[in-house]
Design a protein around this ligand. Sequence first.
Ligand SMILES: Nc1ncnc2c1ncn2[C@@H]1O[C@H](COP(=O)(O)OP(=O)(O)OP(=O)(O)O)[C@@H](O)[C@H]1O
Length: 278
Amino acid sequence: MQTLDITDNQQPRNQDPFLVIDGVSKVYPTPRGAYTVLQDVNLTVYEGEFICVIGHSGCGKSTLLNMVAGFNRPTSGEICLRSKPILRPGPDRMVVFQNYSLLPWMTAFENVLLAVKQVYSDKSKEEKIKIAKDSLAMVGLTEAMHKKPKQLSGGMRQRVSIARALSIRPEVLILDEPFGALDVMTREELQEELLAIWREHKVTALMITHEIDEALFLADRIVMMSNGPAANIAEIIEVPFARPRNRKAIADDPRYYSLRNYILEFLYSRFALADDAE
Ligand SMILES: Nc1ncnc2c1ncn2[C@@H]1O[C@H](COP(=O)(O)OP(=O)(O)OP(=O)(O)O)[C@@H](O)[C@H]1O
């Protein structure tokens, strides 16, 4: 695995390994025999980092993050959080999916409260209500909190999903293409909100995206995966832009274009799919 590092002014990060993916492979049984999706994936994530994962469709990004979430177990290798193996889902790791996954018959407030109740069974009713309301306020949804998902825009629904995930104060926030279904303006607004929340909550974020600009705006490091079968991490890019980030300043930075071109080259030349090469 290569690491491209054009960093010049990064803050030193806490060097204690926080989330460690160690020699992870995943094999799915299929009617046509065993299918190796991931082979020998290794990654150390540090506390408070923002990691974006990029790779072609089907290379195994969701498979990898689902194992970090604990929805799925590695066939071999191990994933540890603070040195403890991840064996199942837990409130220390919350996931935000692309398709909102809100319960349609509940209001935004009730959706968040449900998560709070599941995790904070020891808190009083008033405390739980306050946590749910504060979480919705954090994403600017106080006014709309009594609306049901159908009455909310796509961006608002995704804000509810983020509020729900963060309401229980996870250590790791896993985001599987959370903004993929949103229009460009809403997507950019949510990226900025997500960065503000990430900074304030000091959560460690792992996010799958297909958008190079999104990864360059959000990530400390971009993990680039090879194509499957038997995909793994081909390269990691350190993103050098100072925080808090400003979209315009990044766009004016000549390093932005070299990084963008580098990633494009990775995806559409070095790891091009058959269709891309046509
Ligand atoms: N339960 C399963 N059984 C068999 N094969 C599976 C299973 N889940 C995923 N796969 C296969 O594993 C591969 C990786 O899937 P995965 O969803 O992890 O890819 P991805 O990189 O997240 O794709 P996308 O970007 O399109 O979401 C795909 O070929 C998929 O068909």
